[in-house]
Ligand binder design. Structure first.
Ligand code: AR6
Length: 170
C-alpha cells in the first residue's frame, strides 16, 4: 500500500501517532522549539533515554541527517524519532542532509514497525531554513522513499506554513 501524506496545523506533541519526529540537535539533550515542547510534554523518560544513547552509541552526538528512536514518555505516541536537521546557510547547499533526515527517520520508523509518523518542518525554526524550500524537500523525499509507513503527517505550527505544504500535497 502506498503512503498517504496528510497535513495538520497544530502542536506536534498532541499527535496520537506511532512515532513523532523531533527536530533535535546533535547533543540529544534538548533545546527550544519542537525539541523543547517534546521534552516538556513527554517528561524526563525521554531525556533519560537520550542520555543513555549518548553514553552507549553516540558519544560525540548524533550526526546531522541521522535519526534514532527513544520512548515517547508521556506523549500520546509510542516513540520519538530524534533527527538533526542542518542549519541553513547561503554559502553551501545542505539539501541532501535535510532530505536525509526524512529518509533516515522513515528507515527508523520501519525498523520500529511504526505505521503512522508525524513530522515537524525540520530546520525551519531556529535553524533558519526557508519554509518553501524545506517543504519541497520534505514532500519530495517522503514521496521518493520506500517505506511501510501508512501515514506521514506533516504538522505545521502556523497557517502560512500549512498553506505552503498544502500547495505541494493537494
Ligand atoms: N509543534 C509543531 N511545530 C512546531 C512546534 C510544535 N510544538 N514548535 C515549533 N514548531 P525548531 P529547527 C515549528 O526551531 O529549526 C531546538 O532548539 C517551528 O515554527 O523547533 O530544526 C533544537 O534543540 C518551525 O517551523 O527546529 C535544535 O537546537 C519548525 O517547527 C534546533 O532548535 C522547526 O523549528 C533545531 O532547529
Amino acid at each position: 500500500m502506498s503512503t498517504s501524506l496528510t497535513l495538520v496545523q497544530g502542536d506536534i506533541t498532541e499527535q496520537a501517532v506511532d512515532a513523532v519526529v523531533n527536530a533535535a540537535n546533535s547533543s540529544l539533550l534538548g533545546g527550544g522549539g519542537v525539541d523543547g515542547a517534546i521534552h516538556r510534554r513527554g517528561g524526563p523518560e525521554i531525556l533519560d533515554a537520550c542520555r543513555a544513547l549518548r553514553a552507549a552509541q553516540y558519544g560525540p552526538g548524533l550526526p546531522t541527517g541521522q535519526a534514532v528512536a527513544t520512548t515517547a514518555g508521556r506523549l500520546p505516541a509510542r516513540w520519538v524519532i530524534h533527527t538533526v536537521g542542518p542549519v541553513w546557510t547561503s554559502n553551501e547547499d545542505r539539501s541532501a542532509l535535510l532530505a536525509s533526515c526524512y529518509r533516515e527517520s522513515l528507515r527508523v520508523a520501519d525498523e520500529l514497525g511504526a505505521r503512522t509518523v508525524a513530522f515537524p518542518a525540520i530546520s525551519t525554526g531556529v535553524y533558519g531554513w526557508p519554509t518553501d524550500d524545506a517543504a519541497r524537500i520534505a514532500v519530495e523525499t517522503v514521496r521518493d522513499t520506500g517505506t511501510a509507513v501508512d501515514e506521514v503527517r506533516f504538522v505545521l505550527f502556523d497557517e502560512p506554513a500549512l498553506a505552503v505544504y498544502a500547495a505541494l500535497v493537494r
